[in-house]
Ligand binder design. Sequence first.
Ligand code: NAD
Length: 416
Amino acid sequence: MSEILDPFKISQKQLSDACKLANYDSEIYTALSEPERFVEIKLTMKMDDGSLKTFKGFRSQYNSARGPMKGGIRWHPEESASLVKALSAWMTWKTACVDIPLGGAKGGIICNPKEMSNREIETLARSYIRQLADIIGPTIDVPAPDVYTNPQIMAWMMDEYEKIVRHHAPSVITGKPLPLGGSAGRSIATAKGGVFTVREAAKDIGLDLNGATAVVQGYGNAGSWAAKLLKDDYNCKIIAVSDSRGGIYDRDGIDPHVAAEFKEKTRTVVGLKGTKEISNEELLELECDILVPAALENVITRKNANNINTKIIAELANGPTTPDADQTLFEKGVLIIPDFLCNAGGVTVSYFEMVQGYYRYFWTEKEVFEALDRVMTRAYRSTIEQSQKFDTHNRMGAYMISLERVLTAMRLRGWI
Ligand code: NAD
């Protein structure tokens, strides 16, 4: 049988496996297996060269039982309805796993912002919000940045929403720049949260992080910060990193700050002095202590799972490992920190940003990270407890917690 690679089908397969493991009947699976609402929108705009271009956008609002829905907006040429639905499902399990009072959503536009001017990006951002203004809002659905979107785009989106509702509403969106009500620490929160879970995982397997080797796939926001934090906070040795153009390797260690500066200048890590060029495929199979997939989905599959040579996989990316690969890695004894646990630091600090926005009172970065550490450590410990209780891998352990919490909220509301 060929391997399932469609992201939404993967999320449904995981849900179905989790429902079976927890002994929920098929009606529960059906109640949870599709978004509450999914919208597809058309965005037509004039480009700088005078041509007219039409983009397709999406918003998937998966589940609102535990609170306003929350999820980022991706701008990517390979964005799809299936991916947005899957990511909205994972957001639902993520907010439940770390126990913040939010539901799950996700959005996206099929486009390539790398080929667009700032004016074009701003026009597209504002037009996305105009199309969705009726179904988002601080108490309904709160977007945030994700792949190829950033604080400036969030600022334009917030401004457009406020023009429509004619009052300030900073909590309509998170990941905003600091002067507009952003939270201290938000830009590195995903990596910071992930690294807290790596610290806990290392304790569990008796791995000394001082000098431990780490490989990071994807040198964007999540990946580059993870590399810097692993090095700066725990003295790990970063032996390989990559981006969409390829990877670089140095057994003696790559300085993650130098790699980030090099990428800033040249738009890629490839070509950094003193490193050997390798492919993204080779990078994933390098022998190391910690492997951090921080790019896109479906990079660890049936094809390469057996060749993965690491002790811990910290999934900062969403959906990097397929269900078949999960099983293989579990049997091999690799400790996976599953995506919706490992990368929950971003949404957790987004939640802190909403809270600070409501109070108009802002915390220091130290306060943000202390609160984040408590949330991530508690979620990691509960996940491990559930995996052991159900004798399953950590992804299913995390599902056990999230499903129970979402279903409890649905039951109390009288939905099921
Ligand atoms: P980003 O746009 O900042 O960076 C993505 C990086 O991945 C870029 O360096 C890009 O060159 C690289 N990349 C793209 N295609 C690749 C490929 N085929 N092979 C290797 N590298 C490739 O995005 P990000 O915000 O860092 O997000 C990365 C992942 O982390 C995504 O799966 C995202 O959903 C997830 N995530 C991010 C956040 C966040 O707060 N940023 C939160 C939760 C999850």
